[in-house]
Write a protein that binds this ligand. Structure first.
Ligand SMILES: *Cc1c(COP(=O)(O)O)cnc(C)c1O
Length: 406
C-alpha cells in the first residue's frame, strides 16, 4: 500500500489555511511542534463536551469515565514504547518537566564528586536542570564533545566513563541538527560502569519508536505536542526501581497515601510523581495521538520523510554559499543551514512572507551554535504530512532570499 499524503493532509485542518498575504501555509517547523489531526481534535472536543470531570477521586459516572480514559491513554503509551508496567509511565507537562523530575530527584541524592555526563548536542531542557542538580549536590558535569559533522564523539564518551559516573543524559535525536545518536552504545557503555541513562526522546518520537525494554534504558521522555498531540502534556518513563528510589518532585493532592502533621506518606507509582489535578484531557489526547501516528505507521513515516529529506538536502546543497550543519546519513528530516553572510533571521523573515514557516535562531541548543561559531541557523523540519511540492517551495524561497539579501 502506498503512502497517500493527499489523504493524510485532509486529516489536518490547519494545513488548508491561507496566510495573511494570500499564501498557502507551508509548515516546516515540525521540530518545534507538530500539527494536530482531526481525530485528536475530536477527542479533545468530546472530552469537554461529554465527560469533563476530575479523576481518581470521584464515585460519580463522569469521574469514572474520565479516569478510565486517562488510564487507557497511559496504557497506550506503555504499549507504544514497550514499557513493562503502566505505573512506570508518569504523565508530565512535557519533556522539560520530565527531565526536571529526574534531575531534581538526583540533585537530592547525588554526592560531591559524583560525575554526570551530558552531550554537546543537547536541548537546554537536558542541560540546565542538571546544572541545577550539580549546584545543589556538588556533583560534576562532564560533556561528550561533538564532531564537525554534528555527531557525538563516542570514543571521547567512553574515556569519560568511570566508577564515579552516576548518570548519562543524551537526546535520542538532536532537535537542532536531526542527528540520531547511537543510544544503544551509549546505554550499554554507561551500564558497564553502573551509571543510569536518561534519553530525551522528544525529537525522536515523531520519527521512530523506542523499545525501552530492548534498550534497557533507565529513563525516557516524550512531549505529546511533537507527535500530533496537544501542548502541555508529556511523559516520563522510569524503571520502577529508579522511580521508587527518587524523592517526589512536587507535594500536594493525589501524590500522597496518608497526610498528617506528624508524617505524610507518599502514594505508590505513578501517583507519587503526579501531584495535583493533571492535564486530563491532554493525557487522553496524547493517547489518541499515539494511536493516530501508529495508524499511519512509523515505518511508512520514516521512509517517506527520508525521501523529503533527500530532496531538500540535494536542492539546498545546489545553492552556492549555503552550508548545512550536521549533513550526514544518520538523521531525521531536519535541515539546519545558513546562507553565507546572511543572518538566519533575515532568511526566515523572507520565507515567512512566502508562507513558509521555518525556525530561526539557536533552537534551545546554544552550545551547538557556539561550536560552529554562528548566531543560529535556519531550520526546516519535515513531517509525514509535508509534500515534495513544499520542499521545492522551500528551495525556491531560499534562492529568492539569497537574491534579495546578497
Ligand atoms: C522539544 C524538545 C524538548 C523540550 O520539550 P518541551 O515539550 O518544550 O518540554 C527537549 N528536548 C528536545 C530534544 C526537544 O526537541
Amino acid at each position: 500500500m502506498g503512502f497517500d499524503v493527499t489523504a493524510i493532509r485532509k486529516d489536518f485542518p490547519i494545513l488548508g489555511r491561507t496566510l495573511k498575504n494570500g499564501k498557502p501555509l507551508v509548515y516546516l517547523d515540525n521540530a518545534a511542534t507538530s500539527q494536530t489531526p482531526q481525530p485528536v481534535i475530536d477527542v479533545i472536543v468530546d472530552y469537554y463536551s461529554r465527560y469533563n470531570a476530575n479523576i481518581h477521586r470521584g464515585v460519580h459516572q463522569l469521574s469514572q469515565e474520565a479516569t478510565d480514559a486517562y488510564e487507557q491513554a497511559r496504557q497506550k503509551i506503555q504499549k507504544h514504547l514497550n514499557i513493562a508496567h503502566a505505573h512506570e509511565v508518569i504523565f508530565t507537562a512535557g519533556t522539560t518537566h520530565s527531565i526536571n523530575i529526574v534531575a531534581a530527584g538526583f540533585g537530592q541524592i547525588l554526592q560531591p564528586g559524583d560525575e554526570l555526563i551530558v552531550s554537546a548536542l543537547e536541548h537546554h531542557a537536558n542541560i540546565v536542570p542538571w546544572q541545577m542538580a550539580c549546584e545543589r549536590s556538588g556533583a560534576v558535569l562532564r560533556v561528550i564533545p561533538m564532531t564537525p559533522q554534528g555527531t557525538l564523539d563516542l570514543d571521547a564518551y567512553e574515556a569519560l566513563l568511570n566508577d564515579r559516573t552516576r548518570l548519562v543524559f543524551v537526546n535520542h535525536v538532536s532537535n537542532a541538527l536531526g542527528s540520531i545518536n547511537d543510544i544503544e552504545r551509549i546505554i550499554h557503555q554507561a551500564h558497564a560502569v553502573r551509571a543510569a541513562v536518561l534519553i530525551d526522546g522528544a525529537q525522536a518520537a515523531p520519527h521512530l519508536v523506542a523499545d525501552v525494554q530492548a534498550l534497557d534504558v533507565d529513563f525516557y521522555t516524550l512531549s505529546a505536542h511533537k507527535i500530533c498531540g496537544p501542548t502541555g502534556v508529556g511523559m516520563l518513563y522510569g524503571k520502577e526501581k529508579w522511580l521508587n528510589l527518587l524523592p517526589p518532585y512536587q507535594g500536594g493532592g493525589e501524590m500522597i497515601a496518608t497526610v498528617s502533621f506528624e508524617k505524610t506518606t507518599y502514594a505508590d507509582l505513578p501517583h507519587k510523581f503526579e501531584a495535583g489535578t493533571p492535564n486530563i484531557c491532554g493525557g487522553i489526547a496524547f493517547g489518541a495521538a499515539v494511536d493516530y501516528m501508529n495508524s499511519i505507521g512509523f515505518e511508512q513515516i520514516a521512509a517517506y520523510e527520508h525521501q523529503l529529506l533527500l530532496r531538500a538536502t540535494e536542492g539546498l546543497k545546489s545553492i552556492e554559499g549555503l552550508t548545512i550543519y550536521g549533513d550526514h546519513d544518520h538523521k531525521t528530516a531536519v535541515i539546519s543551514f545558513n546562507l553565507a553572510g546572511v543572518h538566519p533571521y533575515d532568511v526566515g523573515s523572507i520565507l515567512d512572507q512566502l508562507g513558509i514557516a521555518v525556525r530561526t535562531g539557536h533552537h534551545c541548543a546554544q552550545p551547538i551554535m557556539t561550536y560552529y561559531n554562528i548566531p543560529g541557523t535556519v531550520r526546516a523540519s519535515f513531517s509525514f504530512y509535508n509534500t515534495f511540492e513544499e520542499v521545492d517551495a522551500l528551495i525556491a524561497g531560499v534562492k529568492k532570499a539569497q537574491q534579495m539579501l546578497c
